[in-house]
Design a protein around this ligand. Structure first.
Ligand code: FES
Length: 150
């Protein structure tokens, strides 16, 4: 068992009610809920792994996969769609080499989509990390992500 996990579990008695607080701490530490660690948590709480997995998937706050260092969010709202958002999304997918909801193998980027970011006036929009890029074009996507990530 990883040291980080035993440091977390040490603080708990091993009751069923400890599951969610433990999961929150594991996610805070690792950025997501690694499978091996969660098997150890199930053992510690004497719960079937299937029950732990059920809780993981029930709550949207829990991530089962690691996220990339930078989140890339493409707006899929109506205003952005009308202005060519679908094309932008396609280009970003091509540049990163992953579909929405996935992370590049080098863990640099996670691609997401969103319904509307409230900046319809400068559609189509793309967010990289904390920065919003309005009036996106295919060329600008190429500038933001110069070399395709494999
Ligand atoms: S639809 Fe994209 S910002 Fe509103």
């Amino acid at each position: 068992m990883k040291q980080e996990l035993s440091d977390i579990l040490r603080k708990y008695e091993g009751k069923r009610d400890d599951l969610i607080p433990i999961m929150q701490e594991v996610q805070e530490k690792f950025g997501y809920l690694p499978e091996e660690e969660m098997k150890e948590v199930a053992k510690f709480l004497r719960l079937p792994e299937s029950e732990v997995f059920g809780v993981e998937t029930f709550y949207a706050q829990f991530k089962l996969k690691p996220s990339g260092k930078t989140c890339v969010t493409v707006c899929r709202g109506t205003a952005c769609h009308v202005k060519g958002g679908a094309r932008i999304l396609k280009e970003v997918e091509k540049a990163l080499g992953v579909p929405p909801g996935e992370t590049t193998p080098d863990l640099q980027y996670t691609l997401e989509t969103v319904a509307c970011i409230g900046a319809c006036a400068v559609a189509p929009n793309l967010i990289v990390g904390k920065e919003t890029h309005g009036k996106m074009t295919v060329k600008k996507v190429g500038e933001l992500f110069p070399s395709p990530k494999k």
